[in-house]
Design a protein around this ligand. Structure first.
Ligand code: NAD
Length: 254
């Protein structure tokens, strides 16, 4: 018996087989869950990647900034499963102008895109599928520590601070429906989104050196395992929380 036996989980954010979401979906299936995926943009690519999962999963189109697609999401998910026990938000996007040391010159339009896609989207996704979560459930989103500033990360860091706050407010408003909302704050991982950040490798090089447990930027499994744990019944009284999966990096000063 897996820890997600019988659960129905919606996983967003698969684009390659290094996506954190791909490993979440794989582990969800290995732990007994039925998985529905959403994909953004290149759907045929997402469908191809989905074929590498242990079980076939339907792929639904979702641009998390598109109100029409959000409005129809619950109905489209319901064509495949009769409800949801868990939702995974693994979505992030920041225009290049909002990253890489351009903080002081970034225009509001670029910041707005970052916040819409990476921060507000957690509220938008969660409320879109709320009608399917009648028996409560677990929402988990992927965070990157922003309790201090980092070089290069810039407005994406601000977006992640907002994501953490959004999760706390969702936890407040959804607790009476027995819906938990938590974040997994992962250390740097070499995914498509990360590689699009100019200077990512230099930023990431601090983790293997400083994290007490060490850190492998090529291994998304520890972060994905934490997501699965939070989706399971083994965190029944935890909400509004951030679980750090970064080799302990955030706990050290230098
Ligand atoms: N890679 C890291 O170092 C790292 C560390 C901590 C947290 N995270 C977070 O993990 C999450 C997943 O990123 P990843 O590293 O697996 O990279 P990834 O590139 O594999 O995934 C990012 C996903 O966001 C999706 N996306 C972008 N814009 C979207 C939109 N408008 N609507 C719907 N989906 C959209 C992309 O299609 C893609 O699937 C992000 O929130 C990211 O910030 C990543």
């Amino acid at each position: 018996m897996g820890i997600l036996e019988g659960k129905r989980i919606l996983v967003t954010g698969v684009i390659t087989d290094s996506s954190i979401a791909f490993h979440v979906a794989r582990l969800c299936q290995e732990q007994g869950a039925t998985v529905v995926l959403t994909g953004y943009g290149r759907l045929s690519l997402v469908e191809r990647i989905a074929k590498r999962l242990p079980e076939p999963s339907p792929v639904l189109e979702l641009d998390v900034t598109n109100d029409e697609q959000l409005d129809s999401l619950a109905g489209r998910v319901a064509e495949h499963v009769d409800g949801l026990d868990g939702v995974v938000h693994s979505i992030g996007f920041t225009p290049q102008e909002a990253l890489g040391g351009n903080f002081l010159n970034t225009r509001w339009e670029d910041v707005a895109t970052a916040l819409h896609t990476s921060t507000f989207s957690l509220k938008a996704l969660t409320t879109a599928v709320l009608p399917l979560m009648k028996d409560g459930g677990s929402v988990v989103a992927l965070d990157f520590d922003n309790s201090v500033s980092y070089p290069i990360y810039d407005w994406m860091g601000v977006a992640k601070s907002g994501l953490a706050s959004t999760a706390r407010y969702l936890a407040r408003y959804l607790g009476d429906q027995k819906i938990r909302v938590n974040l997994v704050s992962a250390g740097p991982l070499s995914t498509m989104a990360a590689r699009s950040i100019p200077g990512f490798e230099e930023l990431a090089s601090a983790w293997p050196q400083r994290a007490p447990l060490g850190w492998d930027v090529t291994n998304p499994e520890p972060a994905a395992r934490a997501v699965v744990a939070l989706l399971s019944d083994w965190f029944p009284a935890t909400t509004g929380e951030i679980v750090h999966v970064d080799g302990g990096f955030h706990s050290t000063g230098a």
